[in-house]
Design a protein around this ligand. Structure first.
Ligand SMILES: [Mg+2]
Ligand SMILES: [Zn+2]
Length: 205
């Protein structure tokens, strides 16, 4: 069986986008808005080097809500993969939930089994790649990510870096870090592997 590190996308791999009109931190809906976070590529490369699968599991209800097209989602994937590849990092798979129970687009307006906090995306990946979930990790920046990871049986690492303090957690996860790269360093420690990182740790908010 294989092992995986599951990554939430927005706020973990790429920056969140502040929407002033809604006073809300949102997913990117254009290529300009899609920006990798510092250290994300290095962290994913280290997961590649560890021999674990690097898999994105992300709610993208912007599709159901009509905020983003599938074509744009594909273009953002392409940008993400290209920029990661430039730093020798690669994702083994990307799983999105496009649904929302109150979406405007009928085909995606549904109560699905894949929207986190449900573990559906992780279970699908586990099925496709024969992943031992108990020996795998979920890294995310919101409670939903931790709940999905837990339900799937993974170890959970919370990134306490959300720009909205309401999203900060004090429980519900196994480990806490400030960035994807630090979370991967945590995984190396748990795996008994040694790495030195050139960047200093991000202070926790
Ligand atoms: Mg997120
Ligand atoms: Zn779904």
């Amino acid at each position: 069986m294989s092992r995986a590190v599951f990554f939430d996308r927005d706020g973990v791999i790429n920056t969140l986008v502040y929407r002033q009109e809604k006073d809300f931190f949102d997913s990117p809906f254009s290529l300009e808005e899609f920006q990798l976070l510092p250290g994300a590529a290095e962290g994913i490369r280290l997961v590649n080097e560890l021999g674990m699968l690097a898999i994105v599991v992300s709610n993208q209800p912007g599709i159901a809500k009509g905020n983003c097209s599938l074509e744009m989602m594909e273009q953002m994937n392409e940008k993400m993969r290209t920029e990661l590849a430039a730093l020798d990092a690669s994702l083994d798979a990307i799983y999105y939930c496009y649904h929302h129970p109150e979406g405007n687009i009928e085909m995606y307006r549904t109560v699905c089994q894949c929207r986190k906090p449900k573990p559906g995306l992780l279970l699908m990946a586990a099925h496709d790649f024969a992943i031992d979930l108990k020996l795998s990790y979920m890294i995310g920046d919101r409670l939903k990510d931790m709940q999905a990871g837990r339900k799937a049986g993974c170890k959970t690492i919370f990134l306490n870096n959300h720009p909205d303090p309401k999203e900060h957690l004090s429980s519900g996860f196994d480990y806490i870090d400030g960035s994807l790269l630090e979370a991967v360093r945590q995984i190396y420690q748990l795996e008994g592997k040694w790495i030195s990182l050139s960047i200093p740790p991000t202070p926790l908010r």
